[in-house]
Design a protein around this ligand. Sequence first.
Ligand SMILES: Nc1ncnc2c1ncn2[C@@H]1O[C@H](COP(=O)(O)OP(=O)(O)OP(=O)(O)O)[C@@H](O)[C@H]1O
Ligand SMILES: [Mg+2]
Length: 208
Amino acid sequence: MKIKIGILNSKGGCGKTTIAINLSVAISHQMIKTVLIDADPNQGALFWFKKRNKNHLSNYLKVTSLNKLKKIKNFECLIYDCPANMKDKKVKDIISQCNYLIIPIQASIFDQTATNLFLALINKLSRIRKGKTDLVFVINRYKKRAQIFKKLNTFLLSKKIKPLCKLSDRIAYQLLASEGKSIFDVNHKPIYNLKNEWVPLLHFLKVK
Ligand SMILES: Nc1ncnc2c1ncn2[C@@H]1O[C@H](COP(=O)(O)OP(=O)(O)OP(=O)(O)O)[C@@H](O)[C@H]1O
Ligand SMILES: [Mg+2]
């Protein structure tokens, strides 16, 4: 079966593009033909891909815009990097096709409030209500000792949400992205722990 994954939350800056580029590299490394679709008018993922140098190009990973998707015939996994704007009609179309929706959440009260509204919106969609799409919650920019994560846990418990993994707040994500890379392109020891944080997600998606 072809896997279709949407990365979505109406909260701007929660980590959709960061998760999209890292996940697409991780999946493509499993020799799964992966296409990352930049569905955001800001085109961050496409910009990232242009920066990717020849050493990191692979037959298993393509990045394209939504309107060029028809040209891509041969794929096993589609990953949509969605815009924050839920009024954008293409977002509903994307949700209607996806087997999985990955929802990044950060800890701040603003993120919690926005995520609350976002959940109310998507829970109105029949595909979500009927459970045809798995909702996968990922805590992003996690800091071990920060008190605010206790508040986030309380919020998630109140919504009966069990996050699948926590991705640490690390500058490596930003530095590597600026070079067109992901954490899965490098083998430095300090990055090992970061990669391990993704394992529950990769197992859940059955790509590892
Ligand atoms: N785990 C992380 N550790 C450190 N920095 C991160 C992490 N995740 C995201 N960032 C940084 O946070 C900022 C916002 O992330 P990103 O662009 O991925 O969010 P987004 O949800 O795609 O935003 P938008 O809604 O604007 O599309 C970026 O500067 C990114 O590098
Ligand atoms: Mg983005």
